[in-house]
Design a protein. Structure first.
Lengths: 159, 80, 740
C-alpha cells in the first residue's frame, strides 16, 4: 500500500512526513521525526508516557493514527521550555525531586501543562484525577503532586 | 583459632554444629574444612557468601580470619 | 569513620545533574538509539503454558522478503550450556515452559514485516498439562517441568524428578519447647500472588555484532557489566570484544538484572550483518520478563501473656517460575529477623511452575515472607491485647541480636523506627467507622560488592566522576554530593556520568540497595586519591613535603608557610607538576548496613463495593545517613506505592490452561495518582560505621512493610482476617459476605 503524505505542525514547526496508514502518531514522532522525548510505555493508551497535545487537546499519541495529524498542531515535550529557560513546570519537577527514573516525566510535563491550562487552580484531588492517566512506578506520586501544585501557584503569579 | 558455625544445611554434611579452625586467611580455612569433612567441597563453600564477625562478605578469598573470629556461611544475597 | 559531622554538601537537596535532560525529553533510554542500516527484531512466543517442541521450521520466514535473519536456540554455541537456564529462557530449546516463552526471533526491515514473518514459522508442539500454583506443583502427581530436576537439600536426593528444586532449613534453639511455653499461638497460611515490578519502560536494546571484536550493545539495564558477562557467555565471546553501554533506564526494581533480548538480538545481528533493535511491547514485558515470585507461607508464632515471643516457625514455599531460582533463600533469612527470639525454625522450598522465570523485585523474597510473619505478629499482639508497636518493641532485634542465618547484628535502627512510628502524627489520629489501621516492620540486609570509580580533574578545576552504576533513582546526585564533600568543591563542578564497560573495570549491578553505599564508598576513595595528589602537587610547587600540606574546603595550605592554592589552581598547573590529576576507587565494598523500616497504613473500606481507599500512610526507615534526602524520601514513597499495589490490586491472572489473561496496565492495575494520598516519610539515621558518611542502602526495604500494614488495616476495617493478597474488591466483598 502506498504511503500517505502528511503535513502538520510540531511544536510550532511545519513538518511533512510519509507514513503507513496504520502507523501511530507515537511511532512517527519517534522514528520519522526523531523526536524521542515522547515515550512508549504500553502502546495501548494505559500509561500516558506518550502524552502529547493535538490542537491543544491532551491525547495518548499511541492511540492517534499519524495520518490524523494532517493540518493539526502537535505539541510534544520538546516544545515545552526553551534552550535557555526551562518552563516553570520543568523547574518545579526538578526542585521537588518529582522524578526518579524519569521515563514518565515527559508525559507528565505535557499533561501537567494541559491540566494547568484547563484549570489553573486545581485542588490536590483534581490534580490527582487529571493526572491519573500518567502512570509512575518510581515516586508514589507524592513529589509529583507537590511539584504540580507548586507550579500552579507559580503560574498564577504566586511564589 | 576461628570458630566456624554451620547452618542446619551444612550441619547435615559436617555432622556437627560448629568447629574450630586455625587458619588466618579465608581460603585456607575453606581448604581445612574441605579436608576435614568428606561431604564438604571447597568449591561449594567458595560459591557461598560468608559472614566474618558479623560482616557479610561476598566473593571472599583472601580475607583475614583472626583468632576468635566467628565465621558463618550464607547464601549469596542479590538484590533487586 | 562516621562520627556526627556537620556536612556542607552531604544531606543537601541539590538539583540532580541529569535532571535537565529528563524534564526536557532529551535523556536517551533503551529504545532511543538508532544506528545506520538498523533492522528490527521480533520474537515468536509460545501460545502454550507447557509443551514439548517437536520441531521448528523457519524456512518460510527466512525466505520472506524484507527478512534479514532468523534465530532459534540452535544458533547458540555450546558455551550457552554453562548458563543453560538463562539461554533456554532467551530462546526455548526443546520445551516451552510458560505462555509467552520465546521460541524464535526474526530481524526484518520493519516491525510489521518481522511480525508477518513470525507467522510463517512452523512450530510443532506437543501440548502438556501445566501446573500453575506452588501448592499443586509440590504434589507427587504434578506435571513435571524438568525431567532432570531432583530436589536438593534433602537428607537423601530423591530418584524421581519433581518440581521442587531445592529445600532449605534453618533453626536455632528449640521451637517445640518454645511453643510449649506460649500462652497464645497463631498458626496461619498466607498467600501472595505473582506480581510484576511494573517499570514503565519496556526492555529494549540496539545491538551491532562485529566480527573484528567491536560488538556493541546499547540497552536499558541495571547492570551493563552483567549484560556483557551473560551475553558473552551465551554467545561464546571474549569480554573484551563486547562493549555494553547502559542507556538511561526507565525503572527496573530488580527486573532489569537479567538478559532476555540481548543475546537474541546479537545473534540476529551476527547472522544478518546489520545492527538490530529489539523492544518488548508491554504484553511481552508481562508475559516474558521476570515477575516477582508468588508464595504460600505457613507461619506459627507463640508468645507468653507478658508479650515475650517464645517461638517462631515458618514454612515458605516460593514459585520460581519456569526455571529454578526463586528468592526462597533471602525469604528464609529475612522472615523473622526483626525479632530477637531464641527459638526459630524456618523451612523453605524453591518450586518451579509454568510461569515466567521470576526475577528480583525489590528485596526479593522478603516482602512475601515478612508479609506473612508481620500479619501473624499483628494477630498475636491483638490476641494478647498489646499495642502492635509495643509488642514489637518488646521483642525487637537490636545490636547484638543473632539473626537466624548466623551473624550478629551490628548497630541497627528498628527500635528507633518503632519509636518514631509511635510518636508519628498518624498514630495519634483516631479512626472512624469502616476504617482500619495496620502496622508492619521490614528488614533487608543490603549488599556491598564491586564498584569502580574514576574522578578526572580538568585543568579548570571542574571534574568528571566516572562510575559504573546505572542510575535508576537519582543516585548520580548523591555521587556528586559525596565527591563534593570529600574534595571540598561545589557539587555543580563535579559531573557524574555512567561509564560503559570499556571505561571502567567491572562494576556490580545497581540493585541490592548498594549504589549510594558501595559506589559512594568508591567515589570517596577516588576523591581521597585526588586530594592526596592535590597535596603532592602543592607540596612540589612549594618545595615542601605532602605532610606539610593541609587541604580543606577546596584550598591547599602550606602549614609551614603562607602559601595557598585552590584546587582549580593546582589543576591548572597539573601538566607541569606531573600530568593531569585523576583518582581511582576500585573496591569490593564490605560492611553494608541493614535497613529496617516500619510503615503505618490507615484505610477505609466501602462495604458495598469492597474498594479500599488508603487514607493516610507513613513510611519510616533507617537510612544511616541520607546523602540526598529528597531521593531517600523518594525511595521510601516508591517502595510504599509498589507495596500498596501488591497489597490491594496487583496479581497475575491465569486461565485454567495457564494463559496469562491480564498482560497490560489496564487489567494489571498498579496504583494511579488518584489512588494514593501523600506519603509521609520519616528518615531515621542510625549511622552505619562502615561507610564514610554512615550510609545504609534504602532502595529495597520500603516495599516490605506495606503488604502487612495494608493487609492488617483492611482486616481491621472489615473485622475479618484476610490472609491472601491482593485485598482486591472482589476478595474483600467476599470476605465481608462470608462473615456477615
Amino acid at each position: 500500500m502506498a504511503k500517505t503524505h502528511v503535513s502538520t505542525t510540531v511544536n510550532g514547526d511545519p513538518v511533512e512526513f510519509l507514513c503507513e496508514p496504520s502507523e501511530t502518531l507515537l511511532e512517527v514522532l519517534r522514528e520519522n521525526l526523531n523526536l524521542k522525548g515522547t515515550k512508549e510505555g504500553c502502546g495501548s493508551g494505559d500509561c500516558g508516557a506518550c502524552s502529547v497535545t493535538v490542537d491543544g487537546a491532551l491525547v495518548c499519541s499511541c492511540l492517534v493514527f499519524a495520518v490524523e495529524a494532517e493540518g493539526t498542531e502537535i505539541g510534544t515535550v520538546e516544545g515545552i521550555g526553551s534552550n535557555d529557560q526551562l518552563h516553570v513546570i520543568q523547574q518545579k519537577f526538578l526542585e521537588h525531586a518529582a522524578l526518579q527514573c524519569g521515563i514518565c516525566t515527559p508525559g507528565l510535563i505535557v499533561s501537567t501543562k494541559a491540566l494547568l491550562e484547563d484549570n489553573p487552580n486545581p485542588t490536590e484531588e483534581e490534580a490527582r484525577y487529571y493526572l491519573a492517566g500518567n502512570l509512575c512506578r518510581c515516586t508514589g506520586y507524592d513529589k509529583i503532586i507537590r511539584a504540580v501544585m507548586d507550579s500552579a501557584e507559580a503560574m498564577r503569579g504566586g511564589a | 583459632m576461628a570458630t566456624v558455625i554451620f547452618s542446619s544445611e551444612l550441619q547435615r554434611l559436617t555432622g556437627e554444629p560448629r568447629t574450630e579452625v586455625s587458619a588466618s586467611v579465608y581460603r585456607d580455612l575453606v581448604a581445612e574444612l574441605a579436608s576435614r569433612y568428606e561431604a564438604v567441597h571447597a568449591d561449594d563453600l567458595m560459591a557461598m557468601a560468608v559472614a566474618i564477625d558479623g560482616e557479610i562478605i561476598h566473593d571472599p578469598l583472601l580475607e583475614q580470619v583472626g583468632p576468635g573470629s566467628e565465621v558463618h556461611f550464607l547464601y549469596k544475597i542479590e538484590g533487586g | 569513620m562516621s562520627e556526627a559531622r556537620e556536612y556542607k554538601y552531604v544531606g543537601t537537596r541539590s538539583i540532580r545533574p541529569d535532571g535537565y535532560d529528563k524534564v526536557t525529553g532529551r535523556a536517551n533510554y533503551g529504545a532511543d538509539l538508532s544506528l545506520p542500516g538498523m533492522v528490527w527484531g521480533r520474537v515468536l512466543r509460545s501460545p502454550h503454558a507447557h509443551a514439548n517442541i517437536r520441531s521448528i521450521d523457519t524456512s518460510k520466514a527466512e525466505a520472506y522478503p524484507g527478512v534479514f535473519s532468523v534465530a532459534t536456540f540452535a544458533d547458540f554455541p555450546d558455551s550457552a550450556r554453562d548458563v543453560i537456564d538463562l539461554a533456554r529462557n532467551c530462546l526455548a530449546e526443546d520445551k516451552v515452559l510458560y505462555h509467552g516463552h520465546a521460541v524464535a526471533a526474526v530481524a526484518a526491515r520493519t516491525v510489521a514485516i518481522a511480525e508477518e514473518a513470525l507467522q510463517l514459522i512452523e512450530v510443532d508442539y506437543e501440548v502438556l498439562a501445566p501446573v500453575m500454583d506452588v501448592r499443586d506443583a509440590m504434589l507427587a502427581d504434578a506435571p513435571v517441568l524438568h525431567a532432570d530436576m531432583f530436589t536438593g537439600g534433602l537428607a537423601e536426593t530423591p530418584d524421581t524428578a519433581s518440581n521442587i528444586a531445592q529445600r532449605m532449613e534453618m533453626s536455632k534453639g528449640d521451637v517445640e519447647a518454645g511453643f510449649a511455653e506460649a500462652d497464645v499461638i497463631v498458626e496461619r497460611e498466607y498467600y501472595s500472588p505473582t506480581v510484576h515490578q511494573g517499570y514503565i519502560e519496556p526492555h529494549a536494546c540496539t545491538v551491532r555484532f562485529d566480527e573484528s571484536g567491536q560488538s556493541m550493545i546499547w540497552c536499558s539495564t541495571q547492570g551493563h557489566f552483567d549484560v556483557r558477562a551473560n551475553t558473552a557467555k551465551i554467545l561464546n565471546m571474549d569480554l573484551g570484544s563486547l562493549k555494553v553501554i547502559a542507556s538511561e533506564i526507565g525503572g527496573g526494581f530488580g527486573g532489569k538484572t537479567v538478559v532476555y533480548l540481548e543475546p537474541v538480538a546479537l545473534t540476529l545481528s551476527r547472522k544478518s550483518g546489520r545492527a538490530v533493535k529489539m523492544i518488548m511491547d508491554r504484553e511481552e514485558v508481562f508475559m516474558a520478563s521476570g515477575p516477582g515470585a508468588a508464595s504460600r507461607n505457613l507461619i506459627k508464632i507463640g508468645a507468653r501473656k507478658d508479650g515475650t515471643i517464645t517461638a517462631m516457625k515458618a514454612r515458605l514455599c516460593f514459585e520460581a517460575g519456569a526455571f529454578r531460582g526463586s528468592p526462597m533463600g533471602p525469604g528464609c533469612m529475612t522472615v523473622f529477623t526483626p525479632y530477637d527470639v531464641p527459638n526459630q525454625y524456618v523451612e523453605g522450598y524453591d518450586v518451579v511452575v509454568n510461569k515466567p522465570k521470576v526475577a528480583a523485585y525489590r528485596a526479593p523474597g522478603a516482602p512475601q515472607a515478612e508479609y506473612a510473619a508481620e500479619m501473624a505478629i499483628n494477630e498475636v499482639a491483638a490476641e494478647l491485647g498489646i499495642d502492635p508497636i509495643d509488642f514489637r518493641l518488646q521483642n525487637a532485634a537490636k545490636e547484638g541480636t543473632q539473626a537466624l542465618y548466623g551473624p550478629t547484628l551490628k548497630a541497627v535502627g528498628l527500635v528507633e523506627c518503632l519509636e518514631a512510628a509511635k510518636n508519628s502524627p498518624q498514630y495519634q489520629t483516631a479512626l472512624a467507622e469502616n476504617q482500619g489501621r495496620g502496622l508492619a516492620a521490614g528488614f533487608w540486609f543490603n549488599i556491598g560488592g564491586l564498584s569502580s570509580v574514576r574522578i578526572n580533574m580538568n585543568p579548570d578545576g571542574t571534574g568528571t566522576i566516572v562510575e559504573g552504576s546505572p542510575d535508576i533513582g537519582g543516585s548520580r546526585a548523591s555521587m556528586a554530593l559525596m565527591a563534593a564533600e570529600e574534595l571540598g568543591l561545589p557539587s555543580e563542578r563535579l559531573k557524574p556520568i555512567i561509564g560503559d564497560t570499556e571505561n571502567l573495570p567491572y562494576s556490580g549491578t545497581t540493585g541490592g540497595s548498594r549504589t549510594t553505599f558501595a559506589t559512594g564508598m568508591a567515589v570517596v576513595e577516588a576523591a581521597q586519591d585526588v586530594v592526596r595528589q592535590f597535596k603532592e602537587r602543592a607540596a612540589a610547587l612549594w618545595n615542601v613535603t605532602p605532610e606539610q600540606v593541609e587541604y580543606t574546603d577546596g584550598v591547599a595550605s602550606n602549614t609551614s608557610g603562607d602559601d595557598k592554592l585552590t584546587a582549580a589552581e593546582i589543576c591548572a598547573q597539573a601538566e607541569r607538576t606531573g600530568g593531569h590529576i585523576s583518582g581511582t576507587g576500585n573496591i569490593n565494598a564490605r560492611g553494608a548496613g541493614p535497613s529496617f523500616a516500619v510503615h503505618l497504613a490507615d484505610v477505609e473500606v466501602d462495604k458495598d463495593t469492597g474498594k479500599v481507599t488508603v487514607l493516610r500512610y507513613t513510611a519510616i526507615q533507617d537510612a544511616g545517613k541520607a546523602v540526598h534526602p529528597s531521593y531517600v524520601e523518594g525511595q521510601y514513597q516508591g517502595g510504599a506505592a509498589q507495596g500498596i499495589g501488591w497489597a490491594l490490586n496487583e496479581e497475575y491472572i491465569y486461565s485454567k490452561d495457564g494463559l496469562l489473561e491480564n498482560a497490560g496496565f489496564l487489567d494489571y492495575r498498579i496504583p494511579l495518582a488518584s489512588d494514593l494520598p501523600m506519603i509521609d516519610t520519616i528518615i531515621v539515621e542510625v549511622p552505619n560505621s562502615f561507610h564514610p558518611f554512615g550510609v545504609r542502602g534504602v532502595g529495597e526495604t520500603g516495599i516490605i512493610p506495606p503488604l502487612a500494614a495494608v493487609g492488617t488495616a483492611v482486616s481491621e476495617a472489615i473485622n475479618v482476617r484476610l490472609t491472601d493478597l491482593p485485598c482486591s474488591p472482589p476478595r474483600v466483598l467476599k470476605a465481608i459476605h462470608d462473615n456477615a
